[in-house]
Design a protein. Structure first.
Length: 742
């Protein structure tokens, strides 16, 4: 067994010479694992070979030794503690010499691993870490101060961010030098695009420098850093609003960061973005003791930034070029404001509730405008964060505004009214046939799949993200917000329309990324399940929906819990009866005045909305039986008009407590006409378990004549009705039976 030990094979073949070690280093690092460093007589030979590589005169061999020592420290803490002193005596001096970049990287990684892995060993801390950490920090500061490689600077900043919280007292003397380095990086980031890549690591380093103040002074240093960052953010914000007057009509007076006003705007915007990033890192950084967060001041800053709007023209006496630049960066101001608000939601959580309504109203104003998706996504993410981390708003007006915004975001999936009208017109033209045997225009099922004119609903990633976030927002609003009943009913109808329309849509028509389709379908299903779990009767009728969701998502505990909740409800019975599923508004003929106003406000319509105003509508009373209804709907006069097969849109009404035909049919009659006798297809009557339900499900229709048509066309959502000969009798209908006969 000993002859086949992996370390022995590596020592005999791959590490036999320095050149062989360099050549086989990737393979050695790939196969090494913790099992290789169990008790074995080859560990002594392994550590001796690493020491030989570290003391080699060739830079490649030293690099290989540093990499192998780092990997050994990862898999064996005992070997690292035993050999750390000798390894550091080689690794730290390398940082002060002229070496290739890979050697510097390997040396920094090894030192960071040694200093951060044995913090639970006091004797190791006293003998190894305390004497060597200052030397290592000084070498990293030299790397940051001199002109060196960008990746090396990033590595040095990340390493210091890791070590300062572990050794705060040792880095107390380096606080001034580190603060100076970070400030210089922030100042140089605006004109230099290369330095912008250092802003993130430098901001994270700045957010943990308060540890150097100790347990007592750390809180004061943290608050001082936060106040300085807020002051810098206010100054930069004023610098990007020099051409816009304040509430008193006065233009701000601020010292320009550059002699050129246009360049000063760019520098101020970069400084504002950097300051907000530093504030977010400070809020997310851990502290040794509780600190007081100025939530009001931070919310005021975010409100000022989110309130900026685009104006149509500049004020008199203002440089139009500067005004145009400040107007162009307004979306960036919104974005950094959203980042600050989301960070506040994550850090202070429910304590942001007193300010959530005001922030939501500001964001709702922007979302009500026509903005591109790349600008809407940060705003929608902020709304979702506020609704998730704050208590629900008690303002029905604000909740209704947000619900309308969410519904308008979902309407992109539904077909436009013009598309429905064109499809209806094409279907009507394709089915028209007269008695002389004219060939009808054939439309094939699935023909739309071969059309190249169709557009993708979410062509970009931002469009898809906006759609998915909108679903989450709508679910939160319907779950906890105070939404008006009319708007809630409209939301239910939209969710149902989307849920029924998605399975008929190909994933490629929704987004180029097929995962978006499945994610959206799952989210819409969750909202539908939430809407269907309001009452006991609603839950029983929504069982198939829940089971289909469970089958599509796979068998897991969450799905089984939902099914178990529906089958064995453990909640007490409701004290008052809630509306049944049948009482929800599903059709336009059932909607109230408030729902009609909400539908028109959202832009939801139907083909019947665009019928010419020249068509005269006659309201007919359908309160009698079906036979009398048919006789009145088909008057007999001297003139005759042939009735052809048509496909029409019908809206049905199921109104409990009213007469079976209490609905009204709007039939335009411009002159006396007579209709040829027609045969009623047995398949058009709805099936029911009770005779009275046949009459209760009687639909009401809106029938109109196209201005250019020479024949009368009736609209109905029932299957097509064939024309008959004039001398054929109309069959009778037995309303007392469930079955139909010709």
């Amino acid at each position: 067994m000993d002859s086949t030990h992996p370390l022995k094979a590596l020592l005999n073949f791959h590490l036999a010479s320095d050149s062989s070690a360099v050549a086989h280093l990737p393979y050695i690092l790939e196969i090494l694992n913790s099992e290789h460093f169990f008790s074995s007589p080859h560990l002594t030979k392994w550590t001796a070979r690493l020491s030989s590589l570290l003391h080699s005169k060739e830079s490649g061999a030293r690099w290989a030794g540093l990499c192998l020592a780092h990997k050994t420290s990862v898999y064996s803490k005992s070997i690292m503690i035993e050999c750390a002193q000798s390894w550091l005596s080689i690794a730290i001096p390398i940082l002060y010499k002229k070496e290739p970049f890979p050697t510097y990287t390997a040396s920094i990684n090894l030192c960071r691993m040694v200093f951060s892995s044995a913090t639970d060993t006091p004797e190791f801390q006293r003998q190894v870490s305390t004497p060597n950490v200052p030397k290592f920090t000084a070498a990293l500061i030299i790397f940051l101060e001199k002109e060196s490689d960008l990746q090396l600077k990033q590595l040095a900043l990340k390493t210091l961010t890791r070590l300062v919280p572990l050794y705060p007292n040792i880095h107390r003397t380096s606080h001034a030098a580190l603060s100076s380095i970070v400030s210089r990086i922030f100042a140089q980031s605006a004109p230099n695009h290369i330095s912008q890549q250092l802003v993130g690591p430098a901001s994270r380093l700045y957010s943990i420098l308060h540890y150097t103040g100790g347990k007592v002074g750390a809180a004061n240093l943290w608050r001082k850093s936060l106040d300085e960052s807020m002051g810098s953010a206010w100054t930069a914000f004023i610098g990007v609003r020099t051409t816009f007057p304040d509430e008193n009509g006065r233009f701000p007076q601020v010292q320009l960061l550059h002699e050129e006003a246009t360049t000063s705007v760019t520098l101020s915007m970069e400084r504002l973005s950097t300051s907000i990033r530093v504030i977010c890192d400070l809020l997310q950084s851990p502290t040794q003791r509780p600190v007081q967060v100025p939530v009001g001041s931070l919310t005021n800053l975010a409100s000022k930034m989110i309130l900026v709007t685009v104006e149509n023209e500049a004020s008199p006496g203002i440089d139009p070029i500067v005004w145009a630049m400040e107007t162009a960066i307004i979306p960036r101001i919104w974005k950094v404001a959203c980042e600050l608000i989301k960070c506040l939601c994550q850090c202070v959580d429910r304590r942001l509730t007193p300010f959530s309504s005001r922030l939501l109203s500001y964001i709702a104003f922007h979302l009500e405008q026509k903005l591109p998706s790349i600008q809407r996504v940060p705003l929608l993410e902020t709304v979702h964060a506020l609704l998730t981390h704050c208590h629900p708003s008690h303002s029905p007006i604000l909740s209704s505004r947000l619900t309308r915004i969410a519904l308008s975001g979902l309407l992109v999936i539904l077909p436009h009214q013009t598309d429905v009208q064109s499809n209806t017109a094409q279907a009507a033209d394709g089915t028209i046939k007269n008695k002389k045997g004219k060939k009808k225009a054939r439309t094939y099922e699935g023909d739309e799949l071969f059309r190249t004119s169709g557009d993708v609903f979410c062509p970009t990633t931002d469009d898809a993200n906006a759609l998915l976030i909108t679903c989450d927002i709508l679910q939160l609003l319907l779950q906890s917000a105070d939404v008006s009943p009319a708007l809630r009913s409209m939301a239910s109808r939209v969710i149902m329309a989307v849920f029924l329309g998605l399975p008929q849509m190909m994933p490629a028509t929704l987004s180029p990324h097929t995962q978006v389709y499945h994610t959206l379908l799952c989210k819409i299903r969750e909202v539908a399940i939430q809407l269907g779990s309001g009452t006991t009767s609603a839950m029983s009728q929504s069982l198939n929906l829940v089971l289909s969701a469970a089958s599509s998502m796979g068998i897991d505990q969450d799905s089984l819990r939902k099914v178990d909740m529906l089958i064995h409800p453990r909640l007490p019975p409701l004290l008052r009866p809630l509306p049944q599923v049948d009482s929800f508004t599903l059709f336009r003929s059932e909607e109230s005045v408030e729902e009609a106003e909400e539908r028109q406000r959202l832009g939801l319509g139907a083909p019947s909305d665009s019928v010419s105003n020249a068509t005269q509508d006659v309201l007919m009373d359908d309160s009698s039986k079906a036979a009398s209804f048919i006789s009145r709907a088909l008057p007999s006069t001297d003139h005759s008009i042939s009735l052809s097969r048509t496909s029409v849109v019908l809206t049905g009404r199921a109104d409990t407590g009213a007469s079976p035909f209490s609905s009204s049919s709007i039939i335009p009659l411009e002159k006396p006409t007579v209709l040829n006798e027609q045969r009623i297809d047995p398949g058009i009557a709805p099936l029911s378990s009770a005779p009275s339900s046949v009459a209760a499900a009687k639909p009401t229709g809106s029938l109109a004549y196209p201005p250019q048509a020479s024949r009368t066309t009736y609209a109905t959502n029932t299957p097509a009705v064939d024309t008959l000969d004039v001398d054929e009798d109309m069959p009778s209908i037995n309303l007392e039976s469930d079955s139909e006969s010709d």
